[in-house]
Every structure is written in C-alpha cells, then in structure tokens.
Design a protein around this ligand. Structure first.
Ligand code: PAF
Length: 271
C-alpha cells in the first residue's frame, strides 16, 4: 500500500482516505462519497484494530464480513481497499504509542482506558502508509474525530481531516456496525438515545440554553428505557470537549449507554 501510494502521488494524484473497521454500512459508504469529492483516488482501509479494544470489550466478536465489504466498497467506487494484518500494523516488539492528552480525559476516556491511545496510534500508522491528502471520518465518534484532528495538528501531519454528519436509520438510530447486536426490544430502548438528543436540540431551538435544564430533559427521556444504563450524558464545548453551563458557543451533546452489556454512543450538534 505504501509503494502504491508513493506511485499515485508521483503521478500527481490526490488521495482521499476512509479508515474503517469494516462491516460496512451506509454511514461508511457516505464517507466514501465525500472522499471521492475531495480526491482523485479513494482508498479505504479495513482493520479491526486490537489495541483500541479493552480486555472485556468485543474485539473477538466484532462483526466481520470481508467478502461483503469488498463488494460494497467496490460498488461505491473505492479504488483501493487495503486490509492489513495485525502483524503488519504492529511489528513484533513494537513500543511506540501516540497519546493525545486533554481531549481523552473525559467522556469515553475514563470508561475505555487506552482506547484513544489505540485509535491515535493506529490512525497515525494508517496515515503514514496511505499518505492521503485528505481523510474522512464520521461524526458519530465525535470525541475520536476531535482526537484525530488534534493529533494531526500536533504532529504536523500533512493531511486534511473532514468530519461527516452521522447517518441515521429511518427510526433515528445512528448507523453503527454494532447495531447488529440489538434485538427488536433492545433497539426500541436504544432509540431513547437519539430521541434525547433530538429533544435537546429542539429545546435549544426554542431558546433554552441552560445546560442543567437540557440535561434533565435528556435524562428523563433516557430513563423511559428501563434496561438502558447511562454511562455518561454531557453537554460540552464542541472544540475542547469541556463541560459548559450555558450554550453560548458551539456545543455538543454526547451520550454513552449500555443495554445488556452492549454499549452505544451517539451525539448531536448544539449550535
Ligand atoms: O472509527 C473507526 O472505525 C476506528 O476507530 C478507526 C478510526 C478506523 C481506527 O481504528
């Protein structure tokens, strides 16, 4: 892949990159559309990165379907699909990590120790191989997006990062490879997350800017789902992800919740 990218760059091509962990859905494919708009050649990677999963997380059972992914990627116009092996991404004896500090202290950070270090490290490696001028990520993992933006800035990486709004199923559920874990009943309860976000967005539109009040409404909606356990529910400054008391700048509501050991995250703009 590295040699191929070098040759593409020598030919004056602009490379657009979509890093994924596979089990593609329309959300991923919409990132391909954006990458294609900004480049001559679209590269997608599929790599289920072991270092971003905690010991009790779903690395082993994370959904995988390489044949289906290849078909979907090709149909959507991906020019090169790169599926590295763990041994290639993590050479024996590896010791080097990328750590983004402040942005990973809150939200998912404390609940998934080491997760963002795994993400930042693998994304840095993927970037070094693909050498794209532009990379596209979904806003569904909003903290991840901000962490990657920070890493790129701090490490002076010559790449533009584009964030793409979350795609939702008609019922409002944010598209995610992990949605296959949900049965019908669980899905109904998990919908409480997107409903809470929508309700807060509607209240803000009507002029309510007090975070305490907005969070109380979100909480009451989430509590209507009896099996849904809130991990965090926060309204933060969009850039530094720090909690705020009033929506007087671009902000974001972020929610993580569990249902029967299955974890879901979602977020929405409050601007
Ligand atoms: O969002 C994902 O799918 C992954 O975290 C990423 C960015 C591909 C890194 O493994």
């Amino acid at each position: 892949m590295q040699k191929l990218s070098q040759s593409l760059l020598q030919q004056g091509k602009r490379i657009g990159f979509v890093p994924t962990m596979g089990f593609l859905h329309e959300g991923h494919l919409s990132l391909v559309d954006v990458a294609k708009k900004h480049s001559d050649v679209a590269v997608m990677s599929i790599f289920v990165n072991p270092t971003q999963f905690g010991p009790n997380e779903d690395y082993e059972r994370y959904p995988r379907d390489a044949a289906r992914d290849q078909k979907l990627a090709q149909q959507r116009g991906v020019d090169y699909l790169w599926m590295p092996e763990v041994e290639q991404m993590y050479p024996a004896g590896e010791q080097t990590k990328v750590v983004v500090t402040e942005l990973t202290r809150g939200l998912c950070g404390p609940f998934r120790p080491g997760h963002f270090m795994g993400v930042a490290t693998v994304v840095a490696k993927l970037f070094h191989v693909v050498q794209a001028q532009v990379a596209v990520f979904g806003e569904k993992d909003f903290q991840q997006l901000q962490v990657i933006r920070r890493m790129v800035k701090d490490l002076l990486m010559p790449i533009e990062i584009i964030g793409v709004p979350t795609l939702r199923d008609p019922d409002g559920l944010a598209m995610s490879s992990r949605n296959v874990y949900l049965n019908e009943e669980e899905r109904k309860e998990v919908l409480g997350i997107s409903q809470a976000i929508q309700a807060v967005q509607a209240l803000l539109k009507n002029g309510e800017t007090q975070v305490e009040k907005l969070l109380a409404v979100a909480k009451s909606i989430l509590e209507k789902s009896p099996h849904l356990k809130i991990e965090y529910l926060e309204i933060v400054d969009k850039e530094n992800l720090e909690q705020i008391e009033k929506i007087d700048r671009p902000a974001r509501i972020l929610i993580a919740a569990y249902i029967h050991q299955k974890r879901f995250i979602d977020n929405g703009a409050l601007e």
